[in-house]
Design a protein around this ligand. Structure first.
Ligand code: GLY
Length: 358
């Protein structure tokens, strides 16, 4: 199936889903979306899917739906407890602003950037990923995923004339390149900093197999995040890091191109895949204009993971694994896997319109 065929079918499925979903979809259980009004770290991807569908079809219903769901997500712009503000307000509000020109989207995204900047710790520098009551180690905990949130700060700095937001984003990105990216281009998910001195205390994993292995989705976040930062800043080093991470990802894929949840996992019999990692890498290949990688990952996702029927399986991309160590959403769908799969297809079909995306 061609990427255009994927977009056509996915848009019909999204139209159906939008009618039946009671709240923000996060991950599936037996193929049915588990939903919540809070939007967790993923509410922005659902709205991003609606914008992709609008851009592909021009159907006003998708645009109206994107407005409706953004109103529900809006209170989260003031959330200072998480680094996920780029995930939440990039595909929803930066994209929404670029498509509509409506300053309401811009103001929400700027508020989200302000919330994100409140987490910046210049002493590392680092950006703690999340707060957890009774867990002081979280105060210094940075994860590689953060790099995909940083373009929000760079974009917002330009819109609001806040040079310090840009400097913070660039400083954290450079630190991630040094501390999370290994010399061979693989990544380590967690770096713990001493929250007072900014010294690196420990390196480990959270969703991966071990401190020495490479968690597949973290590797994909690094490829995508640095590629997007290079798009926002034009800084060659970010593109070089993105290419290095993307190359490592591609060179370590199994023959069917859908990675196991951790690149160490094939050594363990019957371990699940993480098709969401493949989807993020597919979108990253689009950003990097690596046509061979786009074709390889896009075709693999269509052949092994794409679920075209709207019911009873509600996700678009099967065989994603959210968190194997905690057995959370193993071999299911995730809304971010679905989003990046469709973004990847969109980048193939509409390369010039992709400039509107976060
Ligand atoms: N924290 C983002 C992820 O689970 O991929």
């Amino acid at each position: 199936m061609s990427p255009r065929g994927v977009l056509d079918i996915a848009c019909a499925k999204l139209e159906h889903l939008e009618r039946v979903l009671p709240a923000f979809p996060h991950t599936t259980r037996a193929g049915r979306w588990r939903t919540g009004e809070h939007g967790r770290w993923t509410g922005g991807f659902w709205i991003g899917l609606l914008w992709l569908a609008y851009l592909h079809t021009s159907a006003p219903a998708f645009r109206e739906a994107a407005y409706r769901w953004t109103r529900r997500l809006a209170p989260r712009a003031a959330d200072t407890t998480t680094h996920d503000m780029g995930f939440l307000f990039g595909p929803s509000c930066v994209t929404g602003y670029r498509i509509t020109g409506d300053p309401w989207f811009k103001d929400l995204a700027l508020e989200a950037a302000r919330s994100l900047y409140s987490r910046y710790r210049p002493q590392g520098p680092f950006l703690p990923a999340w707060d957890e009551e009774g867990a002081p180690e979280c105060e210094g905990l940075q994860i590689v995923d953060s790099v995909a949130n940083l373009p929000l700060l760079v974009w917002a700095a330009g819109e609001a004339g806040r040079g310090e937001w840009r400097e913070a984003a660039l400083a954290v990105a450079r630190k991630i390149a040094v501390e999370h990216v290994r010399p061979d281009g693989s990544t380590i998910q967690v770096v713990e900093f001493d929250p007072h001195t900014g010294e690196v205390v420990r390196k480990r994993t959270h969703q991966g197999y071990s401190a020495d292995s490479c968690w597949s989705r973290g590797q994909a976040w690094a490829s995508y995040g640095f590629a997007n930062l290079s798009r926002y800043t034009g800084i060659p080093m970010f593109r070089e890091v993105a290419v290095m991470c993307a190359r490592w990802f591609l060179e370590h894929l199994p023959p069917d191109a859908i990675p196991f949840w951790d690149f160490e996992a094939p050594a363990i019999p019957d371990e699940p895949r993480d098709a969401a990692a493949a989807a993020v890498a597919y979108a990253a290949a689009g950003l990097l204009r690596d046509h061979a990688a786009q074709q390889r990952l896009g075709q693999a996702l269509v052949e092994h993971c794409f679920e075209a029927r709207p019911e009873p399986y509600q996700g678009l991309v099967r065989h994603a694994t959210a968190d194997r160590p905690r057995n959370s959403a193993v071999d299911e769908s995730t809304i971010y896997g679905d989003y990046y799969f469709l973004e990847g297809a969109f980048r193939e079909v509409w390369p010039s319109r992709a400039a509107l995306l976060y």
